[in-house]
Design a protein around this ligand. Structure first.
Ligand SMILES: Cc1ncc(COP(=O)(O)O)c(C=O)c1O
Length: 415
């Protein structure tokens, strides 16, 4: 038997042209030869985000950056100690794909104690590389090309591209202008036989609004006759200042069709650690894990051990609302001395303001002006709408030290 057909067709070694010289001729121009192939973008609409643009502008102009949503203070040192202890005791190799058992157990216990629903730590909870990865993973796992997924504008900027990456169509339904309440008539009108998912987010970035129990009930009733899956982005679950957080885990009917997503980065003031989790019924979790396994496979070991140890004391998440309520109140009291009108803020660490008494500029122009001329960076609300809807509203982040907030307020007082 001779060599396989594909090898047989090759000329003998010495007779082959030298590498890089097809046909034996030298390249006329090496620069032309070193050509990156043309790329067809999977996300042609996506450019640099407004958060990056405003942060760069803030740095350039020495502005107080109340734009991007992250704390300017450090986390609890005992959390660092717990991670340090894990690293030093040799917990530095791959953990189980779904996350270490103790952390999944503690997440399950926390959800049960707060919202009354027991997820099975073994089969229904997965530790993720932040909420962002959990949301993408949920959509890739549960949505198919040709499906539709409803998102409620204004919304966090990853939802739409996540749906596009799944080959599905994002269907944008606006929240009610002025109140940011879900508009169930419009929602009902947006549901078609192709609707496979809906992404909800309470407490809501950017508006700071918190869904009510009646709204969760209305959502459950709307979805009852459908096969729609809910991706519930609850990253601000521990920052609620009026009423209670309405997790899907409080609502058995919604819990049965939902992937609940949360973020330790938000809760423990370590946004750079990129660690969170997804909780979902076993059938949804099984599909979620198939994608998770071949995406990140798993999440870094020492942070998981450190967070699991830190979670043993529930005051770390239970006291967060009081901590941020004080910041919210300080910031709102300062805003009351300006011509900016503070909108209600019942949750999250974002405060929206109506600036129509100050300027007629469009939102992005106003935020640029505020950054360069007044020295405080904010985010235009229009950036959270697919159609750039304008309401003369800007969003500030108050997850900042008191001195940072005071400096920003001094500058805003000149408006
Ligand atoms: C609504 C919302 N979801 C998800 C995230 C991302 O969370 P993580 O940093 O855990 O990926 C953010 C971050 O700003 C957010 O505001």
């Amino acid at each position: 038997m001779g060599p396989p057909r594909s090898l047989r067709s090759l000329p003998p070694e010495g007779a082959r042209p030298a590498l890089g010289r097809p046909g034996g001729r030298p390249f006329a121009d090496v620069a032309t030869a070193c050509r990156t192939p043309a790329v067809k973008s999977r996300l042609p609409q996506v450019g640099t985000t407004i958060f990056t643009v405003m942060s760069a502008l803030a740095q350039q102009h020495g502005a107080v950056n109340l734009g991007q949503g992250f704390p300017d203070f450090d986390c609890d040192p005992t959390l660092i100690d717990a991670v340090d202890a894990a690293m030093r005791s040799g917990l530095n190799q791959y953990p189980p794909m779904t996350g270490i058992a103790l952390l999944r157990e503690r997440i399950a216990a926390k959800i049960e104690s707060l919202y009354g629903h027991r997820y099975d730590a073994a089969g229904e909870i997965t530790v993720t590389a932040g909420a962002t990865q959990a949301i993408l993973t949920a959509i890739l796992a549960l949505v198919h090309p040709g499906d539709e997924v409803i998102v409620l504008d204004p919304c966090y900027d990853s939802y739409d591209p996540n749906i596009v990456l799944a080959g599905a169509t994002p269907v944008h339904v606006p929240l009610t202008p002025g109140t940011f309440a879900p508009d169930f008539e419009r929602l009902a009108g947006a549901i078609t036989p192709r609707t496979r998912g809906i992404v909800i987010n309470s407490p809501h970035n950017p508006s700071g609004r918190v869904w009510t129990p009646a709204e969760m009930q209305q959502l459950a009733e709307l979805l009852r006759p459908t096969e729609i899956v809910v991706v519930s982005d609850e990253v601000y679950e521990h920052m609620v200042y009026a009423g209670d957080h309405q997790s899907v885990a409080r609502h058995p009917e919604l819990a049965a069709r939902s992937v609940l997503v949360s973020s330790f980065g938000k809760t423990y003031s370590v946004t750079g650690w990129k660690i969170g989790y997804a909780a979902a019924p076993a059938a949804l979790s099984a599909e979620f894990r198939k994608v998770h396994q071949f995406n990140v496979f798993t999440v870094n070991t020492p942070m998981q051990h450190g967070i699991a140890a830190f979670m043993a004391d529930p005051s770390h998440h239970l006291e967060l609302a009081a901590f941020y309520r004080a910041k919210r109140d300080l910031f709102r009291a300062g805003l009351a001395r300006t011509r900016l009108r503070a909108l209600p803020c019942d949750g999250t660490y974002f405060q929206c303001v109506d600036y129509s008494a100050v300027s007629d500029l469009a939102e992005a122009d106003f935020c640029r002006w505020l950054t360069t001329e007044i020295g405080v960076a904010a985010i235009p609300l229009s950036a959270f709408y697919v159609d750039g809807f304008e309401q003369r509203i800007a969003r500030f982040c108050f997850a900042k030290k008191s001195e940072t907030l005071s400096l920003a307020l001094d500058r805003l007082a000149s408006l």
